[in-house]
Each structure stands twice: as C-alpha cells, then as structure tokens.
Design a protein around this ligand. Structure first.
Ligand SMILES: Nc1ncnc2c1ncn2[C@@H]1O[C@H](COP(=O)(O)OP(=O)(O)OP(=O)(O)O)[C@@H](O)[C@H]1O
Ligand SMILES: [Mg+2]
Length: 360
C-alpha cells in the first residue's frame, strides 16, 4: 500500500482542459488504486501502457501522467495511429529528409523528434500495421531512430505512453499484434475501470461537467435532482465517461431533466412515443410515411425544447441544432410552432407582487 503522502499529487502547472485531479481520480476504490499506480509510475523512465474500454479516459490519464512526470516541461505529442493512413504514419512518426520520396520537397521532423524531452503518446496502438510494429519495436529496443531517407541516428529522448481499448492478448493470438512489442510497451500497465465499476465517482463527474458546460454554453443549469443522480448511478454506461459527458451536455443545453431520459437503454422505461401508426385499408403499414411522421414529431419536440431553453432566440437555437437560420424558420413553420415566444397569460397574483412584471 502507498502511504498517504505518496498518494497526494500536487500538479504545478495542470492544463486547464484537464478535469481537476480530484474529479478525475474520484473517491471509488477502483480509481484510488489507479491513482496509486500513477504516483508510483509517473517518474520512472519506462513505457506505460494504458488499457480500458472506449471512453474511460485513457487519453486524459496519459496527459495526467505527463504532467506528474519529470518530462512535464517538454511537449506532449499525440499520435492517433488509426487516423493516419499506413505509409503516411511512418513519415509522421519518423520524419523525413528532403527528397526521401515524391512530394518530400523539404525535410520534416517526425513526432518522435518533436516529443524530445517530453511524452510521446501512441494512441490506439493495436491499430499499427505489422511493418510499423517492427519499426517501433526496433526504436524501443535500442532507443534510436532515423528520419526516412537519412543516415543520421537520433536518440529517442521521450517517455512513451501507449493506449488501446483492445484486448492485446487476443490480438497476439490472432496474429494482429507482436508479443515482443507488447513486452516492450507494457513495462507498467494501468487499466482504467469502466464507469459501471466506479459508480461512486459519478456525482463528482456530473458536477464537474455541469459547471464546465454551463461555462462553455453560457447556461445556468442547476445541479440535477437526487432522483436523476440515482438514475445516472444505476445506468450501465457502455460509452463510459464520454457517454456521461454527452448526456450532461444535452442536459445543460436543453435545460431540462428530461434530457437524461431520452436515451434510456431499457425500451420499457422509455416514454411511449404515441404515434398513431397508420394502417392502410389493405392491412399494410407504410414504413416510409410512419418514419416521416416520427421524424417530424421528434423535430417538433426537440426544436420546441431548444427554443424554450434559448428564450426563443431563433438564431441561437439554429446554432445549437446545427442548421441554418432559414432552415430553422422553415421547420418551425412546418412543425406548427409559434414563430415567437408565446405570450404568458398575466398572473394577477404575480403582478401584484412584482410591479416590474411584464407579460412578454
Ligand atoms: N474523470 C473524468 N472527469 C471528467 N471528464 C472525463 C473524465 N474522464 C474522461 N473524461 C472525458 O471523457 C471523454 C473521453 O475521455 P478519453 O478521450 O480520455 O477516453 P478514451 O479512453 O481515450 O476513449 P477512446 O478509447 O474512445 O479513445 C473526454 O472528453 C474526457 O475529457
Ligand atoms: Mg482515446
């Protein structure tokens, strides 16, 4: 067990985009164990492998490790392996000399070089093709690399962190990943638990995301009710923190707790959609027409909610819905919604209590 002093992390220059340390490592036992491993591993000059399902926070953890480490003064360079097509990835990683291949009109340093003195984060490492796996293994073994088309050896002077949501053992069995590369990159492995195994952390993450989205979207969504928190702690969260993040963004933007229930996984719990399915005289059910009706109904409800949340500011609503202002005006008309905020009926009691009340 690590001592209390060992588990206390003090970040001198934490990036503002990272969740606060106490939010990221919540009170759950599972995340406290992760915190202890991070404290022990951050300062060691060995590669770290971060495992965990999609959306569990692997990239955030890699950034934390960088910031806790002696390499924090250097850059954090991320390589998203599957996002860069095969041959391009090699030149992105290693860099190239002028004339190394057609189109190499000037020399360019690779990300291994850019990461000097800092952290090289190889994300989705299981997606590397066989030839790059071999080249990476070589670099990790002898600590040197060369730019494509160059002879000069350069030293890899960066802490390497790799991440994947794949089961690397299965990948090795199926021949998709080299076992010798795994042994190079997994000197220390940190596995992030799925959100369903750390439910105690949910209230804190919810509060952090609420504040963050209120700022980002200039809203004032209040903390969700106890019932909602309870519901959020019950859910299975297949998309982990990323799914919770989307859920909170929807809540803050729409300003209504209903936002939490629109994607209930259990269809029995879902509110009935109340579309009167049209059955034609010959007993057929016209799918296309029904789908159109359902879409219109959904559009009606969503546009109404967004208009309400934005005090009927149609330009803002169009922005939130990612449609043009003209498209919104058209849809508002089509959905039979009022073009302006409906006039509130004057409330005599309130008028008496508040002389500045206006019924707009
Ligand atoms: N504890 C947390 N508190 C607040 N936000 C978090 C937390 N953990 C992760 N996030 C957020 O959740 C999202 C997903 O995190 P991240 O991208 O690190 O996950 P990942 O495991 O790399 O996912 P993938 O496997 O899909 O790439 C990010 O927007 C991140 O900021
Ligand atoms: Mg990721």
């Amino acid at each position: 067990m690590a001592s209390a002093a060992e588990t206390k992390l003090a970040l001198p220059n934490r990036s503002p985009e990272l969740p606060a340390e106490d939010v990221y490592f919540g009170p759950s036992e599972a995340m406290q164990t992760v915190r202890q491993r991070v404290v022990r591993a951050a300062g060691l000059n060995v590669p770290i492998l971060v495992l965990g399902e999609s959306g569990t926070g692997k990239e955030v953890l890699a950034r934390f490790i960088h910031e806790y480490s002696p390499w924090r003064a250097g850059p954090f360079i991320k390589v998203n392996c599957p996002a860069i097509p095969g041959t391009l990835l090699e030149s992105e990683l290693f860099g190239y000399q002028k004339g190394a291949f057609t189109g190499a009109t000037s020399a360019k340093p690779g990300r291994m070089e850019l990461a000097q003195g800092g952290t090289l984060f190889l994300d989705e490492i299981a997606e590397l093709d066989a030839s790059l796996q071999a080249k990476l293994l070589h670099v990790l073994q002898d600590g040197h690399f060369t730019r494509i088309g160059d002879h000069e050896e350069k030293t890899l002077d960066a802490r390497v962190i790799c991440a994947t949501n794949r089961e690397l053992k299965h990948e090795i069995e199926s021949g998709g990943f080299r076992s010798d590369l795994l042994y190079r990159i997994n000197v220390i492995t940190i596995t992030l638990p799925p959100l369903r195994d750390r439910r105690d952390d949910i209230p804190q993450i919810v509060e952090f995301l609420r504040q963050q989205f209120n700022l980002r979207f200039t809203r004032e969504a209040p903390p969700p009710s106890k019932e909602v928190l309870h519901y959020l702690q019950q859910r299975s969260w297949p998309g982990n923190v990323r799914e919770l993040e989307n859920c909170m963004a929807r809540y803050v933007i729409l300003g209504s707790e209903e936002a939490f229930y629109t994607d209930r996984p259990d269809p029995i719990e879902r509110k009935p959609f109340n579309i009167a399915y049209e059955i034609s005289e010959d007993g057929k059910i016209p799918l296309k027409r029904i789908a159109r009706q359902v879409t219109r109904r959904m559009e009606h409800d969503l546009i109404l909610k967004v208009l309400q949340a934005n005090h009927w500011n149609r330009r803002k609503a169009a922005e939130v819905l990612k449609i043009s202002y003209r498209a919104l005006l058209y849809k508002v008309r089509q959905a039979g919604l009022p073009p302006k905020r409906p006039q509130r009926k004057p409330d005599p009691a309130r008028m008496a209590a508040d002389s500045t009340y206006s019924a707009t």
